[in-house]
Ligand binder design. Sequence first.
Ligand SMILES: NC(=O)c1ccc[n+]([C@@H]2O[C@H](COP(=O)([O-])OP(=O)(O)OC[C@H]3O[C@@H](n4cnc5c(N)ncnc54)[C@H](OP(=O)(O)O)[C@@H]3O)[C@@H](O)[C@H]2O)c1
Length: 227
Amino acid sequence: MNIAVFGTGVVGQVIAQSLAEKKHAVVIGTRDPAASKQKKTKDGWGTPFGVWYESHGDIRVGTYEEAAAFGEVVINATNGGGSLGALSLAGEAALGDKILLDIANPLDFSKGAPPTLLVCNDDSLGEQIQRAYPRLKVVKTLNTMNCELMVNPGRLPGEHDVFVSGNDEAAKTRVKSFLAEWFGWRSRNIIDLGDITTARGTEQMLPLWVRLYGVLKTGEFNFHVVR
Ligand SMILES: NC(=O)c1ccc[n+]([C@@H]2O[C@H](COP(=O)([O-])OP(=O)(O)OC[C@H]3O[C@@H](n4cnc5c(N)ncnc54)[C@H](OP(=O)(O)O)[C@@H]3O)[C@@H](O)[C@H]2O)c1
């Protein structure tokens, strides 16, 4: 499948590599492809993109618009504060009525750590994206765990869960099958919360996730609903 991955950070890198290993064709979207390919200094989590890119010759890099036009499915792994800007650069024409698998969290680190949420309570980033692009089929998922677990849930022993939120039932059904086929999620661990307003809940899990990370000193944990 042709897949667009928006984001050159650690999440974009991990997702793109995992998909490329399964022989999907991936184009990573970024604001300035030439500058991203040159980036050799660390400015976030993971490997500087330019260093990472040198060892991932099977993955192409383009503008957000080029990536969106290429992908049958678009995965949003941009900074939550920049997601709407990234989508605006991609443009409505290239995004069309595709599925947008939205992993971004609206975290605000401008006042340091722990971060606050840029949007919460009666709204969410997932809803903001859906409102801005009504034809897009926004499915919020995978945002409540570390990116290594997103693509390899077997890293943790035992049961743990991934949540799915979105308005379009057919799109959610496809995303659930992507989670299983691409990354190995078991259907009993995929919890469909309902429409895109339920993204409020999963985005608001992040303040807890961040505090758990601080206490546990590792991102190798996840949530599980016992029932
Ligand atoms: N780290 C994790 O394990 C994890 C887990 C769950 C969810 N998430 C979420 O996944 C997303 C990606 O996280 P990350 O740590 O990989 O990367 P990040 O540093 O949060 O985001 C990097 C990406 O955001 C883009 N970006 C930033 N500001 C932008 C703007 N104003 N306009 C357009 N694009 C902009 C950057 O574009 P350029 O390429 O052009 O610089 C880059 O591609 C975040 O929303 C994060 O909350 C992360």
